[in-house]
Design a binder for this molecule. Structure first.
Ligand code: ZN
Length: 365
């Protein structure tokens, strides 16, 4: 550990001791109270010490102790952050549920489902969340469940709620895995994402940096975690032009990224027709459960595809009818898909944008 890191860690731990206790709650928001997620007994000890200020000196001595401990234990390097709450959806498969909302400082950007799979020798993290802080909390969650090292960080696509936490995983022997088009998408989008989220996220964006894939996936790839192989698939243009899914045959769990939304209205940033095609192909994956990009931590497969398939069909039919009868885009997007409004959260935030993108696409059919 470098001197710079030591200084930063000291500053962070001292800041932590002076701040009110905070933790990610089950829905991804921060809480300011005692939390059941102090799963690390050492941290509970630290927390109790800070209750009375006369123990501050003792606490600061403890800091030095923990820093030394960290420097000798790489797999516990993030143990000074709060572990993200995760649920074990299948043996060795852990998921944190993102809150169904837009990214804000209040929810810490933790709006997407993120998770990890533990093999016999290594761990693969799937998406890193909407801030470095969430990434660190996810790393702490890994450390709370296993001593095995994180060897792979897999990004399902370019959207900021899925990869703003990447920088938390930058260390030797970690491979960043993504769709072959992810790097280009990051180069094109990243600074815009930072600017666009600055007002809502503020200082939580500090430290967020583009960490592009070191292992690009152009079609299909297998990752060996020791006695457990993950199957990665790079998809043609659908939710975005860089969607990647992760299938764990050992447990029958499919991490679909944002190719599958539940509860949260899907957001279209690729191709409606492409996404409809992808849904048909996704259904053939022999999974028993899916971890959607947004929504519950897991849902039965392939039944989980149904609400989204219905929404896309309604949106496409409404738009085709509008286009065929000469309704201009400005008017069509105010009515297309409206019969689905009651079935989804964040409908008003995303439907018009989806309709606008899809109108432009379907106009050429
Ligand atoms: Zn997305």
């Amino acid at each position: 550990m470098s001197k710079w890191n030591l200084t930063r860690q000291t500053a962070r731990i001292i800041r932590y001791l002076r701040e009110p206790a905070r933790a990610f709650s089950i829905d991804g928001t921060y809480e300011t109270k005692e939390s059941p997620y102090y799963s690390n007994p050492a941290r509970v000890a630290v927390h109790n010490f800070r209750i009375t200020s006369r123990f501050r000196a003792v606490s600061q001595i403890l800091c030095v102790f923990f820093i030394l401990l960290n420097s000798f234990s790489p797999s516990r390097a993030a143990s000074n952050t709060y572990p993200l709450h995760v649920e074990e959806v299948a043996p060795g498969v852990f998921v944190h549920r993102g809150v169904t909302a837009l990214m804000t400082a209040g929810n810490g950007g933790a709006i997407a489902n993120v998770g990890f799979v533990v093999g016999n020798e290594a761990v693969a993290v799937i998406d890193t969340g909407g801030s470095v802080r969430e990434g660190e909390a996810l790393l702490a969650a890994v450390a709370a469940k296993t001593d095995l090292p994180v060897r792979y960080v897999i990004n399902t696509h370019v959207h900021p709620d899925h990869l703003f936490g990447n920088a938390a995983f930058l260390r030797r022997n970690v491979a960043f895995v993504g769709h072959v088009r992810l790097k280009e998408a990051m180069e094109a989008r990243f600074s815009h994402y930072l600017t666009a989220n600055r007002a809502e996220m503020g200082a939580l964006l500090d430290g967020v940096a583009p960490v592009p894939p070191t292992v690009p996936v152009s079609d299909r790839m297998e990752i060996d975690l020791g006695g457990r192989t993950l199957i990665l698939n790079a998809w043609p243009v659908a939710h975005t032009d860089n969607d990647l899914t992760v299938f764990d045959p050992a447990s029958g769990t499919l991490f679909a990224g944002d190719l599958v939304f539940l509860e949260h209205l899907p957001s279209l940033d690729g191709s409606l027709r492409g996404w409809q095609r992808a849904l048909r192909e996704l259904a053939a994956i022999p999974a028993v459960r899916v971890v959607p990009g947004h929504g519950p931590v897991s849902a039965p497969w392939p039944a989980a595809l149904e609400p989204q398939r219905r929404y896309f069909d309604v949106l496409a039919e409404d738009l085709k009818a509008a286009i065929d009868s000469g309704v201009p885009i400005s008017r069509a997007v105010t009515t297309a898909g409206q019969s689905e409004a009651g079935a989804w959260l964040l409908f008003d935030q995303f439907n018009r944008r989806n309709a606008t993108a899809a109108y432009a696409e379907l106009e050429w059919e």
